[in-house]
Design a protein around this ligand. Sequence first.
Ligand code: F6R
Length: 607
Amino acid sequence: MCGIVGIIGKNPATPLLLECLKRLEYRGYDSAGIAILEQGQIDRYRAEGKIVHLQTLVEKSNPQGTVGIGHTRWATHGVPSVRNAHPHATDLVAVVHNGIIENFRELREMLEKKGHIFTSETDTEVIAHLATEYLNQGESAKTATQKTLQQLHGAFALALLFKDKPDTIFCARRGSPLAIGLGEGEMFIGSDALALAPLTQKICYLEEGDWAEIGKTTFTVYDETNQSVTRPIKQTALTGAMIGKGDYKHFMLKEILEQPAVMGDVLHAYSNPHTMDFAFPEFPLPFEAIASLRIIACGTSYYAGLTAQYWIEKYARIPVTVDIASEFRYRKPPLPKNGVALFISQSGETADTLAALQYAKDQGQTIIGMVNVPESSIARLSDVVLETHAGPEIGVASTKAFTAQLMVLACLSLHLAGKRSLIKEDEKKDLFQALLAIPEAMNQLLLEESPFIQCSNFLLDARDVIYMGRGTSFSIAMEGALKLKELSYIHAEGYAAGEMKHGPIALIDEKVPVIVVAPSDSLYEKTASNVEEVIARKGQVVFIGDKDGIHPFKDKAAITLEMPKIHAFTAPLLYALPMQMIAYHTATLKGTDVDQPRNLAKSVTVE
Ligand code: F6R
């Protein structure tokens, strides 16, 4: 999703802005631009497509100004084009903006009547014109900013640069995150701390409704009532080196291969391998008092929630409902007194998940936030934060963050079961052992790429692909389908194996590959029967199971993919990997943009 950077410093701002923008590329974007204050005027450079295009453009002019703002745009209002790329500007003011100005039409109409001429289709441009209108009325840059903010409705973050206030950048946060970075004699702003990591590790996060006036050495934050407030300055652990791609061709591949290590980190964070105990933060409610749990998330994080539903209901005997945040928030469901709601989000900034969280909070629910970004908005609004410890995830398609979520959720299920005295010591040890076996099993599986490449070659010419699984493999099947469609643009759907005969089986013919997720668990036989039904209708099966599981299908399936033997409890963690690898290789074979698939954004900060 759109990214914002800003620099007010001592060195030419352009190279630093471009570097920060590159670090925001992972969020997904379709155009980029910068505005630099140079010799008393605002110079803008904007380009469609990748940042290299912007870089080529800027290099021709080589601007030397030390103050500037930059932006990566993910189109909302108006197609991706130079005209619609940020910064938007008048002669006096330039603005970069993330989010949506809901009342931009009224504002634009009002400003056009006053003679303002608009050059883009964006909602953002009204901000520059509105601020200019206030300047024209004789207001200072600060008051113009304040009055402009008062007029804007919606969820956004923005930064403003004024031609006649060369020593200051103004910025604001309402619904979208924004961080101020503190340097030595220079200051920075960024949509996230990751963008600023090479420049500084001293970060001040604006809180909801805040706006700020930033100079070279000082900054002042104001809250929504325009009172000056102090916000803590945090030392982030992020460094510039952390998001290098190393020798890997894509971030996604790097992140897939990091999973064995990430699993180890999560296990360390939430358990003691010696005592086989789990270590979770204290919940405000006693575990026995948790009558039900609502899990709310989007996309891949939602599939982690669906998997956890099976685990928590089975082991901790707590009824669990799982909702897609973008629907939950509009349903306005009645929520139980003393209810607990768990929000799962890699970024911790997903707009729909945040809005659902706010609703649950307003309904008096205890909020658990499971996030990969500890400084994120969801983390800050939660009563209990469960970090997923996957490290920065740059590939737009979630991989290691998903399995990290699964690992935390698996540990949580057993932890709750233990706290509620619902699990015998022997069973707990058995399941704990199964969790400990995951990093090694993942390692073993990832050693050999060719089986995945064979599957991908098989899918290359497909128009539609069906994924199916039962129990905890159902959510993994849906995750597999999501990965394939978002990366390779092949249409794919995940179905519960038992549902096939209620409709989807009509789709089966010799042209439709069917990917079966079938670990050797108590549901294996039933899934195997469904596979027979598919084969009887000439469906082309890719059967994924362990040695015993694939045996009956060696001659019947188009492809069998052998998985290491694994405990049924932890199968989703391991079986998520072929989903990722098959999608990854299909995309690379098709030549699509693996790390930044078309139309997608890493952090979805609009509704
Ligand atoms: C798919 C993917 C998305 C995200 C979804 C939620 O690979 O990454 O479906 O899972 O946009 O994002 P978070 O987890 O950041 O709330």
